[in-house]
Ligand binder design. Structure first.
Ligand SMILES: [Zn+2]
Length: 440
């Protein structure tokens, strides 16, 4: 592994290489510079006045024809996907990509030259946690051209890709987990490939001056033209995966999810990146500390602790925000990264244990029982839980709204409560709990 996943990383020292840019055919030199935490990846146009920078973010996406172009104001950088794929997959979170032209050197049309320059620069950890975007619900993109991208929840960043050429020739499939080692060995060496009928008009118009059989494989009918032999039998699908990684790097956070891609292209990849980025800002807006409804009928933490015997770290409710009659109430628990269970559940991938959500439901229900019995001399014991379901992971930064409703309180021996936990308007867990009363 080139980088441990918990920390942000930048490169150790400046390193670069020169070559030809694909579209203009001009000579270009590229240099990677280290950058501070939370900087992300930025491109710098050294050849322009004031050396403007462009954030490698999906908001700055300009065009997706044949290659991915980003820009700010009138400044553009073309064909950013290969260098972004290499930085992202090799574990570089923060860096400046400085160039003296509007396009990185195309190299051999693969991600290899960028891996080599990153290797020379070195990868160093920084003192800040890496940002992850966990896919919580399936997402899907379908384009008019027949590209389909599905994104599923997963604890890793995985890509399963099917590529198919005209008439379904050169149909290839590959499924990988994106790690630095897998990228370097299996994906980075795969070169760009083009269909002759697509590039012929561009060559006629002189739009790909730097293009040659040294930096692209040309497919003409059933034959494959390239300067050197194929590097993999399924080199095409590998390059498609390279492009997906590069385009999704524009999200700016590391994705934990499984991309299933059928006939992907830059347009569909970018559309998925945009949808992810939207989801990311939606979550950021929700994660802002919401002012809780003030006291009316609720209970503060002191009042809760005068009712429940539980104490930190086992008190799973911060506040009761409201009662509805005697049988319903809602409690709130803000889940922070500092919860004692996160370091062990699980290292590098914090998820709140489901049983602790059940405990939170039991505590909120106990408060209802206390109100009902109006006696501090008896205590409700949690006896059983039925129909418990954990629907979605609860993550650091989430605020859980714990709903409890007493459905049965027969005599004064037994009580039942229907409970569910809500995060971001979605039910994350539910269950029916049974209590019995005993004298203290
Ligand atoms: Zn590519």
């Amino acid at each position: 592994m080139a980088a441990t996943p918990e920390f942000q990383h930048t490169i150790g020292k400046v390193a670069g290489f020169s070559g030809t840019s694909l579209h203009t055919g001009a000579k270009v030199s590229l240099k990677l510079h280290p950058a501070p935490i939370d900087h992300g990846i930025k491109f710098k146009r050294k050849d322009l006045q004031d050396e403007p920078t462009i954030d490698a973010k999906i908001e700055n996406l300009k065009t997706v024809e044949r290659a991915t172009t980003i820009g700010e104001g009138s400044v553009r950088v073309h064909t950013v996907e290969h260098v972004l794929a290499a930085l992202s997959a090799m574990g570089v979170d923060n860096a400046i990509v400085e160039m003296d032209a509007n396009e990185p050197p195309i190299g051999d049309g693969s991600g290899q030259p960028y891996v080599e320059v990153i290797r020379r620069a070195g990868i160093v950890p920084q003192e800040a946690a890496r940002k992850f975007l966990d896919v919580r619900e399936p997402m899907h993109i379908e384009s008019k051209s027949g590209a389909m991208l599905i994104l599923l929840p997963d604890s890793k960043f995985r890509i399963s890709c099917t590529q198919a050429g005209p008439g379904n020739r050169f149909t290839q499939y590959l499924s990988i987990e994106v790690t630095p080692a897998v990228f370097e060995r299996e994906i980075a060496p795969a070169r760009t490939f083009v269909y002759y009928e697509d590039v012929q008009p561009l060559m006629d118009k002189n739009l790909i001056k730097g293009g040659s059989l040294e930096n692209a494989i040309v497919v003409r009918g059933d034959s494959v033209l390239s300067k050197e032999p194929m590097r993999f039998d399924d080199e095409f699908v590998r390059h498609k995966i390279l492009d997906i990684i590069g385009d999704l790097a524009l999200v700016g956070q590391r994705i934990r999810g499984h991309v299933i891609a059928v006939k992907p292209g830059h347009a569909a990849n970018a559309e998925l990146a945009r949808a992810l980025s939207k989801e990311q800002s939606r979550r950021a807006a929700i994660a802002m500390p919401k002012p809780l409804p003030p006291g009316e009928g609720g209970l503060g933490s002191d009042e809760i602790m005068s009712i429940l015997p539980h104490r930190y770290p086992f008190l799973m409710v911060d506040r009761i925000v409201g009662f509805e009659g005697d049988t319903k109430c809602i409690g709130v628990k803000t889940v922070t990264i500092n919860e004692p269970f996160f370091p062990g559940h699980f290292p590098g991938h914090p998820v709140m244990p489901g049983v602790l959500q059940v405990e939170a439901m039991a505590q909120v229900a106990s408060i209802l029982l206390f109100k009902l019995s109006k006696s501090a001399s008896r205590i409700g014991y949690f006896m059983s839980a039925d129909g418990v379901k954990f629907r979605k992971p609860v993550l650091p930064g989430d605020t859980i709204y714990i709903h409890a409703e007493l459905t049965k309180h027969r005599g004064d021996r037994l009580a039942k409560a229907k409970c569910h936990c809500v995060v971001n308007d979605a039910v994350v867990s539910e269950g029916e709990l049974m209590f019995t009363f005993l004298d203290k």
